[in-house]
Every structure is written in structure tokens, then in C-alpha cells.
Design a protein around this ligand. Sequence first.
Ligand SMILES: *Cc1c(COP(=O)(O)O)cnc(C)c1O
Length: 220
Amino acid sequence: MSEAADRLADVQAHIADAAKRAQRKTDEICLIAVSKTHDAAAIRPLIAAGQRHFGENRVQEAAAKWPELRAETTDVVIHLIGQLQSNKAEEAIALFDAIHSVDRSSLVQALAKACQKAGRQPRLFVQVNIGDEEQKGGCTVANLPALLAEAKDAGLAIDGLMAIPPADIEPAPFFALLNELAERHGLPLRSMGMSSDYETAVMLCATHVRVGTALFGLRD
Ligand SMILES: *Cc1c(COP(=O)(O)O)cnc(C)c1O
């Protein structure tokens, strides 16, 4: 097996273990391989090993890499997990199958317009600033109900919530809070957990985990 296939098998085994401990089914959890900063040559071995969901944090970078990779493997699913500027909403709708970073009113309006024009809507997650950190993206916990109501009024279907917990402290309470918020608003999807904490996230009901370093090695 290639190194990429080894790493993938390892992450999949950890997800399966965590799911089993939480009495969940492994196929309820979507592993997103976060390929930001990695080029097509680094991505192809993972595709060859069967990985299909990938995450990128910048529109420009994804636009440069994925059309070619998509032409080679038509069933890849590309997720935008980084911040999105409203003026790139149209481009993002054309490129991505899912957007995890809906976090403010102006972006809701831009996405609603772009989806209407394109006649399609990617899967959408509202990103919540779950630790109420000043520098972090995401809608505040307090503003979540209003943003969800605005999306509904604009005709956007929101499928779930996404969060990045504060660094260097135990993430479990934040995963539990995101799960509770999703439940409260009747949203089925929860995008949470990265290389250092995806097993905890799986045990706390993540449906999508976003794993970069554990699959690709350290980024520059
Ligand atoms: C980079 C990134 C990840 C992956 O982080 P790793 O620690 O490399 O697994 C997950 N989510 C978001 C939003 C990211 O930007």
C-alpha cells in the first residue's frame, strides 16, 4: 500500500472505533480529506485509495486544482471549509458541492442570489463561533437563530452546523454544544473534528470530520 493509503486506512479505522464506542454506524460519518496547500500529485494517491470527499479553504486554490482532478474522477465531492467573501459566492456555487462557512447576513443574501441564478444549491452549513472568540470566523451562538431565520426567508436550505473549537483546550464541551444547537434547530449535519480531535467529535455526533494533517502530513 502507498503511504497515502496507509494513512487513510488508519484514519478510517480510528473513525470506525470511535463510532463503535458511541454505538453509531460508521457510514453515518463522512471523512473530508482537507487538501488545502497540497497539489494534485499529493491528492491523486488518496483518490486512488478510494477517498472521495475533499476540503479546501480558498476559492482560488480550489479553482486551480479541482477542475482537472474532477475530470479524472467524476464522483469526487468538494467542500469549502474556509471563509467565503460575498463577491465570490457565484464562483463558490459553481465549484463546490458543500459550503461549511456560511456565517453572516451579507453572505446569506449573496449565496441566495447566486443559487437562484445557477439553479442549484450546494449543501450548506452555518459556521458557529462556538467558543465566542474575537478573532474567529463564524456566527455567534447568540445570532444563530436570526441567521437561520434569514436563510430560510431567502430560500436557502441549511443542512447543518460547523465549528472549530478554541485551540489548546479540551474540545469536547464545544462539540457537545454544537450538537445541541443543531438538534435544537432540527439540523441533521454536524461538521466538527480535525486531525487532533476527530475521534472525540465522532463520539459526540459529528457527521462530517475535516482531517488534513493526519492524511497528508504537515503543511508548509
Ligand atoms: C485546515 C483545516 C482543517 C484540517 O486541519 P488538520 O489539523 O490539518 O486536520 C479542518 N478544518 C478547517 C476549517 C481547516 O481550515
